[in-house]
Design a protein. Structure first.
Length: 304
């Protein structure tokens, strides 16, 4: 999608942080924007701020952990703007902690929001984008925690790794339909992710049970987030990625060595298995055909 003017974007978690930065960046491109958020007061403020900047924006309350809520938000978007082209599954929460100390319902909360919320967004909007035949694009917010997994961040990393994996598969599935997919993997950004328990629905229990996924305590978590990069460059990078049909969107290039370290460890494990006595009795197998199919899918995606 090279030209975003007059196109329509839908953004979850759009009332603050990365979501609002994307909305502003889309507005500068001449897009119409529907921001969805669970926080009503923040939603109202964000819509007023966008409108004051001459962005045609509306808001809709939406709990992304509820499939019906996502469907209702999609219907409101279509009834307001007629169609949808860009969907940013951006809403997310942070949960972490030592083994055995993460509350069961907090596990359910982070899975429902960070993982299933993305599933609901994609499954709801794919047929809506297909219906107008003008093509479209999904931006799914993961994290560098979808590439590397530090200790005590396992709930957060598990959901973000899942978003990366799903986005890779959907990218190949949707390319023939003229629908692109990007997965956004930032490091620390100046958002309120460390305060995500403020929006924890009562069905998941008390906000007091939430362990920070970003540090040893609330104060350290706040310091780590506040030391991150501003949100505006991330929103602008998302616009670039949509226009270039990039699958991966990285904003913290200084973290590349950590990803390389993980990949090198994986490759080393393959090298070791090649010399394994336990596997030596197996017949030789050739993955050439599988690799060719994957390359063809990737090439098709790049042409869209």
């Amino acid at each position: 999608m090279k030209d975003l003017r007059d196109k329509v974007a839908f953004i979850t978690g759009g009332a603050s942080g990365l979501g609002l930065a994307m909305a502003k960046a889309f507005g500068r491109e001449g897009m119409k924007v529907m921001i969805a958020d669970i926080e009503e007061q923040a939603l109202g403020r964000a819509v007023k701020e966008l409108n004051a900047s001459q962005v045609r924006a509306e808001g809709v309350l939406c709990d992304v952990g509820d499939r019906n809520a996502v469907r209702n938000a999609a219907l409101k978007t279509v009834s307001t703007f007629g169609k949808v082209h860009v969907v940013c599954n951006n809403a997310g929460v942070a949960v972490g902690g030592p083994i055995g100390e993460v509350h069961e319902r907090d596990w359910q909360w982070i899975v429902d929001v960070n993982l299933l919320g993305v599933v609901y967004g994609v499954e709801t909007f794919v047929p809506l984008i297909e219906s107008h035949g003008e093509g479209g694009h999904f931006v799914n917010t993961a994290s560098m925690a979808g590439m590397i997994s530090p200790p005590n961040l396992e709930p957060y990393c598990a959901t973000k790794f899942a978003v990366v994996a799903m986005s890779e598969g959907w990218n190949a599935q949707l390319a023939p339909k003229n629908i692109g997919v990007s997965v956004l993997c930032p490091g620390f950004v100046q958002t309120r992710i460390h305060e995500s328990e403020r929006n924890k629905p009562t069905r998941y229990g008390s906000p007091a049970t939430v362990h920070s996924a970003l540090g040893t305590g609330r104060e350290q978590a706040a310091q780590m987030v506040e030391s991150g990069i501003p949100v505006e460059p991330v929103g602008n990078r998302v616009v670039e990625a949509i226009k270039d049909n990039d699958l991966y969107i990285f904003t913290h290039v200084e973290l590349k060595p950590f990803v390389e370290m993980r990949f090198n460890n994986i490759l080393a494990a393959f090298d070791k298995s090649e010399k394994s006595k336990a596997l030596s009795a197996l017949p030789k197998r050739d993955a050439t055909m599988m690799l060719q199919q994957m390359q063809e899918q990737a090439a098709a995606a790049q042409k869209k």
